[in-house]
Design a protein around this ligand. Structure first.
Ligand code: ADP
Ligand code: MG
Length: 280
């Protein structure tokens, strides 16, 4: 590779809000055949809104207290501040309970002890792990259980990022297969898939399972928010992190996209093609 072509490719990318951290991307980008997208924060805005809770006020307080210790987008939507914005939940409680033995279980949820009782909050996989029987759902939910007894379901809505469908359509026109990988349940993921017309969706995945799928695919790109997708990103030929706000320096990935716009993915491919043309 001629250094000048690579340097001008990197410069062109930077002008487009794309930080190329690994210059090999400029050579490998034009080979990409499959693009994997994480769901939360990549296809969706990463902002969840609590729409219903089947338990009591006290159970909501227990759930919020557990989730206050997690940085997951679902957990953040249960902060006191966010709850206070929702009329149905705004006056139920104003403080959190003390949590000990807090544990975060990647791709599953959280656990902790409150007033001597052990609680779990997370998805169907976590509930299966602890042998708690839960109602089936086609929504994004967090189940709350005490020991191995299911207590209540919190249901959330989320929004697809503006312009996502156009990007998927554009990638398809270029002959690239698009796949969404998610830890969320299949029914919920399928609704998102239908909305933006992704070619494929794989759900109920742990971060490790996402990485395995990516590593088994040649000429792959993995696009994630870099928060809990780092191992899947490392398994891809090229990895792209969507940066929102101030955490740009922390982002993993060969490429970082400033401003969180998926519309920059085709631009990354274009710049790679241009760079390769100059090299040859
Ligand atoms: P995604 O593929 O949507 O980005 P993640 O890998 O971030 O998903 O998480 C996978 C799933 O694990 C989530 O959809 C959620 O069901 C569950 N989960 C992860 N962290 C938490 C948490 N703090 N509280 C409840 N559930 C969680
Ligand atoms: Mg994620």
């Amino acid at each position: 590779a001629t250094p000048t072509a690579v340097m001008s490719g990197t410069g062109l990318a930077a002008k487009n809000g794309i930080i190329v951290k690994n210059a090999l991307v400029l050579e490998q980008g034009q080979k990409i055949q499959t693009i994997f997208f994480d769901k939360t924060g990549t296809i969706t805005t990463g902002d969840f809104l609590l729409s219903s809770f089947t338990g009591s006020d006290n159970e909501m307080q227990i759930l919020a207290s557990l989730e206050a210790k997690s940085k997951h987008p679902l957990a953040q939507s249960l902060s006191l501040e966010r709850l206070s914005e929702i009329t149905d939940f705004s006056e139920t409680f104003t403080s959190l309970l003390e949590v000990s033995d807090f544990t975060e279980i990647a791709g599953r949820g959280v656990s902790g002890t409150i007033n001597g009782e052990k609680y779990f909050a997370g998805n169907a996989k976590l509930m299966a792990d602890i042998h708690a029987k839960v109602p089936e759902t086609s929504d994004t939910v967090v189940y709350l259980a005490q020991e191995n007894e299911f207590i209540a379901t919190a249901t959330f809505t989320s929004e697809i990022k503006a312009g996502t469908k156009a990007v998927i359509t554009e990638l398809r026109a270029r002959g690239i297969k698009t796949v969404m990988l998610t830890g969320d349940n299949l029914a919920s993921a399928k609704k998102n898939q239908a909305e933006v017309e992704l070619d494929e969706v794989q759900a109920n995945l742990t971060p490790e399972e996402k990485a395995k799928i990516v590593s088994q695919t040649e000429n792959s790109m993995m696009v994630g928010d870099g928060i809990n997708d780092t191992i899947a990103m490392a398994a891809a030929t090229v990895s792209v992190a969507m940066a929102s706000g101030s955490d740009i320096a922390m982002e993993a990935g060969d490429v970082t996209i400033i401003g969180n716009s998926l519309g920059k993915i085709p631009t990354v491919l274009d710049i790679s093609h241009l760079t390769i043309r100059k090299i040859r």
